[in-house]
Design a protein around this ligand. Sequence first.
Ligand code: IMP
Length: 437
Amino acid sequence: MSITAVIGIQWGDEGKAKIVDVLSEDADYVVRFQGGANAGHTVVAPAGKFIFHLIPTGILHPHTTCVIGNGVVFDPEAFFAELDSLEKKHISTEGRLFVSDRCHIVMPYHRAADAGEEELKDGLSIGTTRRGIGPTYAEKARRRHAIRMSDLMDGAAFPDHLKKAIDGENRAAKTRQKGETFDHGKILKQFENYRERLKPHVKDTVPLLRDAVAAGKRMLLEGAQGVMLDVDFGTYPFVTSSNTSIGGAATGTGIPPRKIDRVIGVSKAYATRVGEGPFPTELSGELGKRLLEVGGEYGSTTGRARRCGWIDLVALRYAIHLADADEIALTKMDVLSGLDKIQVCVAYEIGGSKVTEFPASASVLAKAKPVYETLPGWTENIGGIENTRDLPAAAREFIAYLESALSTPIGLISVGAGREALFSNRRETGGRSGRRG
Ligand code: IMP
């Protein structure tokens, strides 16, 4: 492994963190490149269960250097909460956790704006995580009073920079429903405290990563959310505000795209999404509830129940292309155990026509009726299984079907939450864990 990106190829929550966690054993650097504290990356490690929102999952492996890249919108409160919980578990971040000085900072007014917009009940709700992600990225693109980490680090210029930003926000607040305004002095004090604690972590990560690449360091680029939530390619406007597809891994780190030599696309054996937006294979009824409960499909950031449905190959083919995935890690396969049949969406029917290209328009997608093929299910509990050949025949058939229909190999299979419940699907070696070789 030299530079590997791990990208979600559904609507997020595919189980990327577990893949990154296992692959981190063989990585020198683990880098987050987009999103912010909207992510909820759950890892079940020997030291306990961890949910990371901002800090790269690789931090659990003491030999790694972890980087929050420039493409991430940085929420200091979320960062410190994670630092505290790591410290409590005696996991040291000293000298091995860096934050790009180009990161944009999620400010209290961004969080307030996100929640305010969601509460407007104007029919435009996206069902965001209310972590201020959209307003921070919007401000980044608008370039009026954005605050980057380098601004916060400039002690002399920061008060005035913050004042201009808050004055602008307060002017805009007058036009907002709740009209909440913000106090410069209070926020300044809060952020001056943040600065001191952030100082050892903030760095120009462009040369750091450039030199690491040049030195042949092994790197994992850890995606958040998934391709179907990409601001350009996802089910717009029901998307997040960043590029979750492979392009984001380059723009969010400064690592040139041609240096990335392997991409693992992560997909569940079924599909879920949280928040609003069309979801053609959504199962309402008992089956949807079963996937929700057996899969424990509750958001790790917001606790919301996820919408569940069958795996969607139209969306996956599209996402595999946009992630440039060389292989797939198929997660939560154990959740399908006990179903007498499994359905796989192979096309959509839209307005009487069969469609196999993923549509741009959310309103067109909302009309899509899934065209299914039905595969046999299996009754056996596959939770403890350690290699492909020990899976029930129907489970092996399901894997082979997906590989052929998606023209992409399934390299890794996950059948449970822990590190041990992951094995390579490479037939010649069979066995346990994503470790290569
Ligand atoms: P935002 O990213 O908080 O603005 O939310 C926009 C959309 O992305 C909403 O539908 C969220 O539920 C969804 N979303 C954001 N982060 C995640 C994630 O980590 N997993 C799954 N969905 C997410």
